[in-house]
Design a protein around this ligand. Structure first.
Ligand SMILES: [Zn+2]
Ligand SMILES: [Zn+2]
Length: 350
């Protein structure tokens, strides 16, 4: 065991503060990683504050990890010290079920092991995430960061990136499709970039006129102000796909109406009951679909990273000194970040 420095929360009302944690010695299939950068996801805030009622304290958040391999176990063949690698939202799964067999570890029938606040399958300990100096992960759950991809700006690809890439690819977005993205935060801005790179005609739905210029800069062809009835009527029956990234309850019916016959509304942000209720008639009469998608499995996450390297896609980030993390959380609550904070983990080692 090694004792290392980390940042985490000791209770739901505590600030994120320095603490010490233990990391295991590498098992035969393990990769030991020095963490260089870690993105901050909204999920981190939810766990730190116990918004979902299942946080085990102390919690060390962080699941957008980029680092450098420092050591490997005897059985590791894919990585060696010095390699630049990534770790996303999951660090283990049962490896036996049909989902795991298909490389869809995020849908593991026996539940995947989350990078933090998860239960280690070997020793029952609670996992600690990326707000720390180092992490030890089984090689199956380690990603290779392609050469040429900026290390800091690629960290959020490991959650925000794969969350938007996976459904666009799985549901079949291709050249000429009309795709709309709802919301322009960490997820939304990645959705716009991926849809554009896949050859789609891309529209951003936003409530705020102030996002227009920025959305066009990110690659959107059009911007529709979703609170403007006239603009919404003008896009009725228009889209093949709508990727909804908004994590709080909101009216989905205007977006249903904006789908073509056979169009698909894909939810990646919302985890709560739909409120107000969905108009089933609008689904039935136009054979529309409402779907969901959760992050991505390991093979697809690697595919996404390689796609980003080929298409020069990165997250727009603001670099953060870990000592300012509580201020960063507050700013995220106000949506005051374009579009992801990434912690420079050297500020923890200093
Ligand atoms: Zn996340
Ligand atoms: Zn499984």
């Amino acid at each position: 065991m090694a004792t290392i420095k980390a940042y985490g929360a000791q209770s739901e009302t505590a600030d994120i503060a320095p603490l010490s944690i233990e990391r295991r010695e590498p098992r035969p299939d393990d990769v030991a990683i020095r963490i260089d950068y870690c993105g901050i996801c909204h999920t981190d805030i939810h766990f730190a504050r116990n918004d979902w009622g299942r946080t085990v304290y102390p919690v060390v958040p962080g699941h957008e990890i980029v680092g450098t391999v420092t050591a490997v176990g005897d059985g590791v063949t894919a990585f060696e010290p010095g390699d630049r690698v990534g770790v996303g939202c999951l660090v283990d799964s049962c490896r036996e079920c049909s989902a795991c067999d298909e490389g869809l570890e995020q849908y593991c029938d026996n539940g995947f092991t989350a990078t933090y606040n998860g239960e280690d399958r070997h020793d029952g300990s609670v996992t600690f995430g990326g707000y720390s100096e180092a992490i030890v992960v089984s090689e199956r759950f380690v990603l290779r960061m392609p050469e040429g991809l900026d290390a800091a700006a690629s960290a959020p690809l490991l959650c925000a990136g794969i969350t938007t890439y996976s459904p666009l690819v799985e549901f079949g977005v291709g050249s000429g499709d009309r795709v709309a993205v709802v919301g322009m935060g960490g997820l939304g801005h990645m959705g716009v970039k991926f849809a554009r790179a896949l050859g789609a005609e891309v529209t951003l739905f936003t409530r705020s006129e102030s996002k227009r210029e920025e959305a066009l800069r990110q690659g959107a062809h059009k911007v529709v102000i979703s609170t403007d009835d006239g603009q919404m009527e003008a896009v009725a029956d228009r889209f093949d796909y709508i990727l909804d990234t908004v994590p709080v309850q909101h009216d989905l019916n205007p977006y249903l109406d904006a789908l073509k016959r056979d169009g698909t509304l894909i939810l990646v942000g919302l985890l709560e009951p739909i409120e107000p209720p969905l108009d089933a008639g609008a689904v039935v009469f136009r054979r529309r679909r409402v779907a969901g998608s959760l992050i991505g499995g390991l093979p697809e996450t690697q595919e996404m990273l390689d796609f980003c390297a080929r298409h020069d896609i990165l997250c727009d980030i603001e670099m953060l000194d870990i000592r300012n993390i509580n201020e960063a959380y507050e700013r995220m609550q106000r949506s005051d970040v374009r579009y992801r904070f990434v912690i420079d983990m050297n500020t923890l080692r200093r």
